[in-house]
Design a binder for this molecule. Structure first.
Ligand code: MRU
Length: 359
């Protein structure tokens, strides 16, 4: 699969001492890269959506942890361990909904203790260096595996498409949200490369406009036929038979097949059911949380009111002091989902519970 972008949205510098991200909060008007060198900067980048999208958040957190360990000056493995755990706990709560964040940080912790336990007498003298190398390699492996996952999930999704079909997408589950290519947008890139000329409709995705600012940006850059619509226009397009599929990403899949994704996804799913448009959720296995019984257990992040009233408006659009409810995600019940596309295959939501737990 070819990438249309010369850069990735999240990287670790070759010396492992900087996390380099494309600042997604500045898109589409500015392509600005940030070089993060502290845990606080990584935390801030995640909370302010400078790096966003479930897999990209997980990768950024793992890179952040490796970067902090590489920068921490000490000769004591115990001091390094304390610093590792401090940064891990801190980044763990930067956002609550996307399980990739916790999944990748827990994986880094398993790597820390496996490395510590495996140190032989010769290595103990160089324990700090061995640990730094192991954690840096683990963080890079998390990203490399995500690239492979995106390729596989794109192939799976591509198998559903036919030339000239219309796809509605919500939020951004593309190149920017992952290591490379995307999940829900991956099949669309592949379809374009195979000459299928897909037509994409992208919801603007209120209030933070991930669809307008990010999906429209990356698909336009790739020369894909994309039409931007306001979130309340999807029903009208479905009624006109312009949409053959809905493809969306996700932040967490519960064991019963319920899915958390960007606020507005469940509304699109209700419409898709009404208009008999198949809706597929793209979920790498790193996003599947078998410990979570159903969608009602998923913590939905609530974000500040100014994102609804002021942000992206040239002047305030609501009266001062008005009460605002700003949930960043919603739960789409399993019953509204046609299939969950994973890198291993396309499965029915009710089959999620049969998957093997992802370590
Ligand atoms: O708040 P965001 O922009 O991080 O929300 C992102 C989404 O909801 C995406 O659809 C999801 O993370 C999947 S990214 C492949």
């Amino acid at each position: 699969m070819k990438s249309v972008f010369p850069y990735d949205s999240v990287e670790l510098s070759p010396n492992g001492r900087e996390v380099v991200i494309l600042d997604q909060s500045q898109l589409p008007t500015q392509e600005k890269f940030l070089h993060l060198t502290t845990a606080e900067q990584v935390f801030y980048a995640i909370t302010r959506l400078k790096v966003r999208g479930a897999p990209a958040i997980g990768i950024a957190a793992a890179f952040g942890l490796a970067m902090c360990v590489n920068r921490f000056k000490t000769r004591s493995l115990t001091a390094l361990e304390n610093e590792f755990l401090r940064v891990k706990r801190y980044l763990y709560i930067s956002r609550p909904t996307a399980v990739n964040l916790m999944w990748s940080l827990d994986r880094m912790e398993r790597c820390f203790y496996a490395t510590k336990q495996g140190l032989d007498a010769a290595e103990e003298k160089h324990a700090i260096e061995v640990m730094r190398n192991a954690l840096t390699a683990e963080a890079r492996a998390i990203k490399a595996e995500d690239v492979k996952m995106c390729e596989a999930i794109s192939e799976q999704g591509f198998s559903l498409l036919r030339p000239g079909c219309g796809i509605l997408t919500h939020c951004n589950a593309g190149h920017l949200a992952v290591s490379k290519y995307g999940t829900a947008l991956g099949p669309i890139y592949l379809a374009q490369q195979q000459g299928y000329s897909p037509r994409v409709y992208c919801d603007e995705t209120r209030p933070l406009l991930q669809g307008a600012r990010l999906t429209a940006y990356e698909l336009t850059k790739a020369g894909i036929d994309v039409t931007l619509i306001c979130d309340n226009m999807a029903a009208s397009l479905m009624a006109q038979h312009k949409i053959d599929f809905v493809f969306v990403g996700c932040d967490r899949v519960a064991a019963n097949g319920d899915v958390a994704n960007k606020i507005g996804t469940s509304g699109v799913a209700v419409l898709a059911k009404h208009f008999k448009v198949p809706l597929y959720v793209f979920a790498p296995t790193s996003t599947i949380d078998l410990d979570c019984v159903s969608g009602s257990e998923i913590i939905i992040e609530e974000r500040p009111a100014f994102e609804v009233t002021d942000m992206y408006f040239s002047k305030r659009m609501a009266p001062k002091g008005v009460r605002v409810y700003n949930p960043a995600f919603d739960i789409t019940p399993a019953s509204l989902i046609t299939g969950i596309v994973t890198e291993k295959g396309i499965i029915k939501p009710r089959e999620i519970k049969n998957l093997k737990k992802q370590k």
